[in-house]
Design a binder for this molecule. Structure first.
Ligand code: CAA
Length: 392
């Protein structure tokens, strides 16, 4: 018998401050409706210098790992576009911060916003072959396009942590999946640059073309149609992007199915709309948002479209498990988002430039008001100083 394998638990972390998109629009001379409706974003996470992808991942993963899980984790796969070292993997720092056993493989996966999906699929294959093992998969990023750029409204940041196991509580991954790679220059970040280079409209078109390609290939492999899905979820660097993808395939559904898929999409973009772009974590925050706010039932099939510029696209599916609500802490996630505070545009601009620069000089960061469990205290002799606060 083939083992059921998939996502057992999901954790999410984003820092405790955000920027209102109305404030950003007014500061940039834009109509706020362009950002709220045209782009589809309400709030954007602002990342203080005391958080990087390692600390955000640790803050997300610490929510879901029990001591028994830690003992069973055999691999950490860390998807990120915004790693902190050209050589050493973020996953190694993370395994140390989480106090994972030494007989763990820990590696980083890079392919723009697609890395976490590669991690998830590799993890699932690994667990199918070794059903007692668990794999920790991370999608963590800080999306940076730059101040006063067209992409500024599509920034954000945070981390999603997923525990992949046999007999998962949340989502069983179906083994079929369709993927597509082509060498495309729609978004890239040459070494030494802290902000992405992007051809925004071109990247939107490539994203939509890749979706059509992998959706068609998935249907050909499985003989399934849109009628087989209770929800379609998307990589959503900004929520309008997912809506555009959904609109491409909605005409394939009956009117009743269209209503259901649109309602599911609404649920799947709620949290992303209030956090902004997570790059690799965006699809996974959207799946979490769907499970939190949607009306799914055990046995429902959800479709998942992952896209990473450069470019790689993949469409796969998962089945909602009867115990899916046990896989995340809904109250905690609601509190995490509700307890953030707004910063002004001036404060956001200052924080945007205060991140650790590339000079390598020693830095001591102000940590007086840090609320996160894991944080960055500074840099000494070219090494990041990670710290952990005791939590209640
Ligand atoms: N009221 C309502 N809507 C309005 C409006 C108003 N007053 N004014 C404009 N709009 C609408 C426009 O009609 C448009 O809607 P449609 O796309 O449906 O036509 C929308 O707002 C955006 O308007 P513009 O295209 O004029 O906006 P822009 O030129 O400022 O650029 C953008 C928008 C191209 C998305 C830009 O924000 C950008 O470059 N973002 C970054 C690129 C990106 O995120 N690409 C995603 C794939 S790549 C990726 O995900 C990264 C990865 O792999 C790591």
């Amino acid at each position: 018998m083939t083992e059921t394998v998939g996502i057992d638990r999901m954790g999410f972390y984003t820092p405790d401050m955000y920027l209102e998109m109305t404030d950003l629009a007014l500061a940039r001379g834009e109509d706020p409706a362009k950002y709220h409706v045209g782009i589809g974003q309400d709030k954007q996470a602002v990342i203080p210098p005391t958080q990087d992808v390692v600390t955000m991942a640790a803050n997300a993963a610490a929510q879901i790992l029990t001591p028994a899980d830690k003992a069973a984790v055999k691999m950490v796969l860390f998807g990120t576009e915004s790693g902190i070292d050209n050589s050493k993997a973020t996953a190694v720092y993370l395994a140390h911060l989480l106090d994972l056993p030494a007989d763990t493989r820990a590696v980083e996966i890079k392919q723009a916003c697609y890395g976490a999906t590669a991690g998830l699929q590799l993890a699932a294959d690994y667990v199918r072959a070794r059903p007692t093992a668990k794999v920790l998969v991370i999608g963590a990023d800080i999306a940076r396009y730059g101040l006063h750029t067209a992409g500024e409204v599509t920034q954000g940041g945070g981390a999603v942590a997923m525990l992949v196991t046999a007999q998962p509580r949340m989502l069983a991954l179906e083994p079929v999946s369709a993927y597509h790679t082509a060498d495309v220059m729609d978004f890239w970040r040459p070494l030494g640059r802290t902000e992405a280079l992007v051809d925004g409209r071109y990247s939107t078109n490539v994203y939509l073309d890749f979706f059509k390609t992998v959706w068609t290939a998935y249907q050909a492999q499985t003989q399934r149609t849109i009628a087989d899905f209770a929800a379609l979820t998307f990589h959503i660097p900004f929520t309008k992007m997912g809506l555009k993808a959904l609109r491409q395939v909605l005409p394939e559904a009956t009117p009743d199915q269209q209503v259901r898929l649109q309602a599911a999409f609404e649920a799947s973009q709620l949290d992303n709309r209030n956090v902004g772009n997570l790059y690799t974590g965006s699809l996974y925050l959207s799946i979490l948002s769907l499970l939190r706010h949607g009306h799914l039932q055990a046995g429902d099939r959800i479709g998942c479209y992952s896209y990473g510029s450069g470019a790689e696209g993949e469409f796969y599916s998962a089945i909602v498990q009867p115990t899916f609500r046990q896989g995340f802490d809904d109250e905690r996630l609601t509190a995490l988002l509700a307890n953030r505070h707004a910063v002004s545009v001036a404060e956001y601009e200052a924080l945007f430039t205060q991140r650790l620069d590339l000079s390598g000089r020693d830095v001591q960061l102000p940590i007086g008001e840090v609320s996160a469990q894991y944080y960055l205290a500074g840099r000494h002799q070219q090494q990041r100083l990670y710290r952990q606060r005791a939590v209640d």
